[in-house]
Design a protein around this ligand. Structure first.
Ligand SMILES: Nc1ncnc2c1ncn2[C@@H]1O[C@H](COP(=O)(O)OP(=O)(O)O)[C@@H](O)[C@H]1O
Ligand SMILES: [Mg+2]
Length: 238
């Protein structure tokens, strides 16, 4: 398998609080990989660490075979690593279009902004309809789509999604996840998804990892993990 992201023995956290404990994880090109775990397990910390927002205490991260362990976040986007933060973090007093344009902030993405805008508007027609509307007035599902579309404006190879289902009605969760799957199928994208919504996240991925207290406890195909009695008991109330 062609590995796009390789996380090896990574420890990281916050000043006095170690969170990630020797995390080993890899993502193949074109895969959807889910990391699932409870609130506080370290999911956001994992994405912030990969994205260069948090410094590694030890271990290494490779992206496309290059060591990015010490690469700051503003360089990550240039090499094709883009994160959609929890809740989307749109600028509520800017329009949908202005938010999308902000996603194209590095030089290569700027140069192709027009073509990329057209592409994301075609992919998310709802955003084309709402292009002049303030982002703060979007529904939860639309906001999440806008956040994904803004990330696509940065021309990612690897898209990292932080709990895109949070706060959405179940039907919107299905729609957002379907669209992410379609992006992967049609745009040659790779996705690393972190979720508390264990069932949906494992249903939509090829492979998954269970994260507990900063440690990856189990890995397997989405189907294997969905059938695992421990996973069912701990995360799906069965
Ligand atoms: N900015 C921060 N400063 C200190 N501790 C933090 C910070 N953000 C998160 N934490 C702590 O790190 C641990 C993991 O948090 P987080 O990665 O946000 O978990 P998750 O995304 O899985 O809910 C938690 O104990 C949390 O309280
Ligand atoms: Mg989180």
């Amino acid at each position: 398998m062609d590995t796009i992201l390789n996380v090896r023995q990574v420890c990281s956290g916050y000043a006095e609080l170690p969170v990630l404990d020797h995390v080993d994880l890899h993502v193949g090109r074109g895969e959807i990989v889910s990391v699932v775990g409870a609130n506080g397990a370290g999911k956001t910390t994992l994405l912030l660490t990969i994205g260069g927002h948090l410094r590694l205490q030890s271990g290494a991260i490779q992206f496309n075979g290059q060591d990015i362990s010490r690469q700051p976040a503003h360089d990550a986007a240039c090499v094709g690593l883009v994160m959609v933060p929890e809740g989307g973090r749109l600028f509520p007093f800017m329009t949908v279009l202005e938010n999308l344009e902000l996603g194209a902030y590095h030089a290569k993405a700027r140069a192709q902004m027009k073509a990329n805008l057209q592409e994301v508007m075609e992919f998310f027609p709802i955003l084309a309809d709402r292009r002049g509307q303030l982002a703060g007035r979007l529904s939860g599902g639309e906001r999440q789509m806008c956040a994904v579309a803004r990330a696509m404006m940065g021309m990612p190879q690897l898209l990292m999604l932080d709990e895109p289902s949070l706060g959405l009605a179940p039907i919107m969760v299905d729609r957002v996840f379907e669209l992410v799957k379609k992006l992967v199928a049609t745009k040659g994208l790779t996705v690393l998804l972190v979720e508390q919504n264990v069932r949906n996240a494992l249903q939509m991925c090829q492979r998954g990892y269970i994260l507990e207290h900063g440690q990856l406890l189990k890995t397997g195909s989405g189907e294997e993990l969905l059938r695992d009695p421990d996973v069912q008991r701990s995360y799906m109330g069965l």
